[in-house]
Design a binder for this molecule. Sequence first.
Ligand SMILES: Cc1c2[nH]c(c1CCC(=O)O)Cc1[nH]c(c(CCC(=O)O)c1C)Cc1[nH]c(c(CCC(=O)O)c1C)Cc1[nH]c(c(C)c1CCC(=O)O)C2
Length: 355
Amino acid sequence: MSANGSPSGKQPTATYDSPFLKACRREPVPHTPVWFMRQAGRSLPEYRKVREGVGMLESCMRPELVTEITLQPVRRHGVDAAIYFSDIVVPLKAIGVDLDIKPGVGPVVERPIRTRADLAQLRDLTPEDVPYITEAIGLLTAELGSTPLIGFAGAPFTLASYLVEGGPSRTYENAKAMMYGDPELWADLLDRLAEITAAFLKVQIEAGASAVQLFDSWAGALAPADYRRSVLPASAKVFRAVEGYGVPRIHFGVGTGELLGLMGEAGADVVGVDWRVPLDEAARRVGPGKALQGNLDPTVLFASREAVETKTREVLDAAQALEGHIFNLGHGVMPSTDPDALTRLVEYVHAQSAR
Ligand SMILES: Cc1c2[nH]c(c1CCC(=O)O)Cc1[nH]c(c(CCC(=O)O)c1C)Cc1[nH]c(c(CCC(=O)O)c1C)Cc1[nH]c(c(C)c1CCC(=O)O)C2
């Protein structure tokens, strides 16, 4: 244990005492902390400039570039946390899965996992597989000062959805067919992914990440009973594996209103909420002892400044009675969002919530 109580001992006191980490721990904050999912990349012209001619996965493996892209939204918007620039498929690529990220499409997998023999594609991940992550996080924590760095990974279900489908899907028919039709293979697949994901998060925490977010972006496709039986055990395994570090664990998915309680139960300290469920109702579904993160509809940023402010106040009002609140969008920043609207939103949340 370090003097500030962070068991990893990696964090400077100023970082440990930042509004973002305090809110995650449900401690009083001077203002509601704000960051945006997909704040790095996407809408920023300075991002497009440094990415020119560099493929997405290639850019994730260059520590200086990762550092620059991660810092861009912190400099520009004054957000309360940085999120490490990478992608959920990076650990899979790192262990040799043949995949790519196609611009405007998303992750595409060369040989989808459909049979038990296909599981051989998924070997264990070691820190040596991702040296660029350790290096980039070292560079980042030196630059970030008291601003915490959030590490992240895709949750087993969301990773499985890409691996089994072979690419993005709206229906998840192949993944669900395996889940319903061959529950043993499905459980083994998710368990393998849980181990890879846990190892990947550990690398990030040991390098200096102050919090981690598990993106189960597509879990909203599942009925609660199926989530509980076929997905929750693998996600819970990931959360348990990193519990001992004492860094806050955030759990997020889209369209997961019916799953919020279970997503908290899986072991998160903070539950991310999309824009479909107001935060006071989300708090009832999640129950006590957890902070919430969210949940402005990202498309609100395309409306007038007055509309953005009205909708933002609605989010802050619904968050009044929460034990801890981190302001965010209900899903990622959309690529055509005006960056200035994001900067104004950070200022507005800080001003409205100043205590
Ligand atoms: C489902 C998912 C993926 N990746 C991610 C998720 C979970 C979050 C969510 O629900 O949005 C997570 C992710 N991907 C990226 C980040 C960077 C950090 C951040 O700013 O939050 C994060 C946190 C960079 C990226 N990941 C990707 C880009 C765009 C690619 C590019 O700029 O060339 C970026 C900046 C590619 C990607 N990768 C993925 C998709 C769906 C896409 C978009 C495809 C497209 O519309 O072009 C898979």
